[in-house]
Design a protein around this ligand. Sequence first.
Ligand SMILES: Nc1nc2c(c(=O)[nH]1)N[C@H]1C(S)=C(S)[C@@H](COP(=O)(O)OP(=O)(O)OC[C@H]3O[C@@H](n4cnc5c(=O)[nH]c(N)nc54)[C@H](O)[C@@H]3O)O[C@H]1N2
Ligand SMILES: Nc1nc2c(c(=O)[nH]1)N[C@H]1C(S)=C(S)[C@@H](COP(=O)(O)OP(=O)(O)OC[C@H]3O[C@@H](n4cnc5c(=O)[nH]c(N)nc54)[C@H](O)[C@@H]3O)O[C@H]1N2
Ligand SMILES: [Mo]
Length: 715
Amino acid sequence: MTATLSDPTPGLPSPAPIQHVLGACPHDCPDTCSLVTTVQDGVALRVAGNPAHVHTDGVLCAKVSRYTERTYHPERVLTPLRRTGPKGSGQFEPVGWDEALDAIAARLGEIAQRDPQAILPYSYAGTMGLVQGESMAARFFHRLGASLLDRTICASAGAEALMQTYGAKVGMKVEFFARSRLILIWGSNSIGSNLHFWRYVQQAKRAGARLVCIDPRRSETADKCHEHIALRPGTDAALALALMHELVVHDAGWKSLQPDAGLDHDYLARHTLGWEALRARALEWPPERAAEVCGIPVEQIRRLAHDYAHTRPAAIRLNYGMQRVRGGGNAVRAVACLPALVGAWRDPAGGLLLSASGTAPVQRAALQRPDLLGARRPRTLNMSTIGRHLLQEAGPASGPRVEAVVVYNSNPVAVAPQSAEVVRGFGRDDLFTVVLEQFRTDTTDYADYVLPATTQLEHWDMHNSYGHTHVLLNRPAIAPVGQARPNTDVFRGLASRMGFDEACFADDDLALCRQALGDAVDFEALLADGYVALDVPDAPFAQGGFATPSGRCEFYSARLAAQGQDGLPDHLPNYELAGTSAQYPLAMISPPARNFLNSTFVNVQSLRRIEGEPLVEIHPEDAAERGIADGTVVRIFNDRGSYRCKAEVSTRARPGVVNGLGIWWRKLGLDGRNVNELTSQRLTDMGRAPVFYDCLVQVEADSPQGRATEPAAVT
Ligand SMILES: Nc1nc2c(c(=O)[nH]1)N[C@H]1C(S)=C(S)[C@@H](COP(=O)(O)OP(=O)(O)OC[C@H]3O[C@@H](n4cnc5c(=O)[nH]c(N)nc54)[C@H](O)[C@@H]3O)O[C@H]1N2
Ligand SMILES: Nc1nc2c(c(=O)[nH]1)N[C@H]1C(S)=C(S)[C@@H](COP(=O)(O)OP(=O)(O)OC[C@H]3O[C@@H](n4cnc5c(=O)[nH]c(N)nc54)[C@H](O)[C@@H]3O)O[C@H]1N2
Ligand SMILES: [Mo]
């Protein structure tokens, strides 16, 4: 932290000193920026990107540059609240902290006496901080013996696929994309969701690199790439296999003209497992077959294969958009194989990046203390199917009925699939719900108690990143607003009320920050600079060194085969496959709107003004067929529910696919619902993850009464 005293002007009272406090952006984004907050008189005046941090480079996204608007938002929850109206009504009265914590501890204690597994913690990445995320909270729930949460809602299909293929969540260092000659941006709207990566891509572009975007939606990123491959959702594995097909079939011919083109046989022999089998699988995927499945011109596949075979170094920025379908894990595996085929890993500017989160030495056991479970082995409930779990009766297989949910860092009523069940579940009168929140979200509307949470400007935290290889420390810049408390404080308070007297419940937040990365990282350097670059090799797999059981890039995974899965990557068609339902002919994907972060920031007015209203993008042909004009209100529906929003008739949508941009708060939508009314609770092939983008719907123009489907009266 640096403090600069302003020069006092003679004769005038000297202004309060200005301080610049170093922090880290807490949001669920690969960029994990280094922040500088300007503070005067205990008030945060502005939040800026740290110019000294190489990845942040003094630049923030539109959302976080408005962070003070969020912190001082007039709708911040400033005191604990107790419910006074029916569930869902959002009617509360303020109560004191002691009263709230005493009542919560008493109720949880009473449930735990019968069976602690009837209590479920529910959390995700409202903050990515290791301390305000899973430290004191995990200790508390482990000591209690509560149900465990399978944290699958975002990335677990891709993560599992990466573990099975590379053995670790490790990839290219993001800065080396600046030197790549061909960049495939695969399943990611980087300009919206990974801005600081995009800045490196711009450098590469200026130096002559070719950029290809592979995405069903013509995103802002697709607009700026040289080529856009607008494949059908859930068909990425077919495309990847066809690229392999071309590499195999043309290898000799291409090498006769350019000896280093095509397959890298030396890399394949030394550092991969299962090449012969994968080669045979690839030969089942001629480009004509993939073109049919993907709904794209065969020439596009041929050209991409040719470019990938002839350009060194070639890099792939894979992201999570493509894994939110039935075959999402297989698709990630198929794409993740590609760099090994051409030996792209030999160069730091070649290879692939999905996640770098495996790079930091996070001391999870020290932070979360699973040893506090003792001999108990509580059940695990999947956060992606929360609706179903809340509605499940007690049973010998399922265990006790969920009687209490404690939500922090998440807004499940808005973000979890199949809202009808989620809302019914949280609406149960006999469910005791506590929500730690900064705002009155869709989820707090169902709470018995809402506890005011601090924002990143008000607490300590420690961060690793899934998009780069630095770690960051966040210092509090200001005192908590109102009566807000850090998550850690709330769980300390509950632990003491429940008589948990283990020493670990007394650790303060600075101690937790020190424990988060252990001795592997120089904490004094973090205190001084706010960030530290981890010491990791520039080209992680140049000499092989995969963390799989074989030490190789596992095209064939014996571990997957042992689970009864195909040991080789393959294309698995979507559960809800376009063309198979006359009733619901359109596929719907629901990627995030650029100015929101999942459901965070939807209540920040200046950002909501940019996004306007909830909308669905629909291709002009699909719109014309349905008599839908630009800007009219439409009803999107399937067997799970219906949702009204505005249509944007646009070629951002490909024919047959509509894009329902997310994730709006239900209560700010046209009919008190959002896009998750339509999504299902089915799970991916790997990682038990949700399939948000594997969803068939119908869209119709909405009459003023919302009754457009009523048959016209026959006269
Ligand atoms: N501004 C902003 N930034 C964010 C977020 C946000 O909500 N807003 N969310 C954060 C979070 S939680 C995450 S997980 C990351 C996500 O980051 P990414 O995984 O990069 O996700 P998106 O940028 O949403 O891009 C997903 C893209 O995938 C496309 N897509 C959908 N289905 C398919 C498919 O089947 N195949 C292919 N190839 N593409 C498909 C979508 O059209 C969309 O453009 O971003 C983080 N950053
Ligand atoms: N249809 C559809 N649904 C999706 C997705 C999609 O693409 N389409 N994306 C999915 C993905 S990738 C993800 S990651 C999930 C995201 O789901 P969530 O992790 O639930 O993310 P948010 O909606 O941002 O909600 C986070 C909440 O945490 C709160 N919060 C922030 N910091 C703190 C803190 O320090 N303490 C406390 N107590 N609270 C805090 C914020 O105010 C916010 O309300 O949504 C998923 N849902
Ligand atoms: Mo996510």
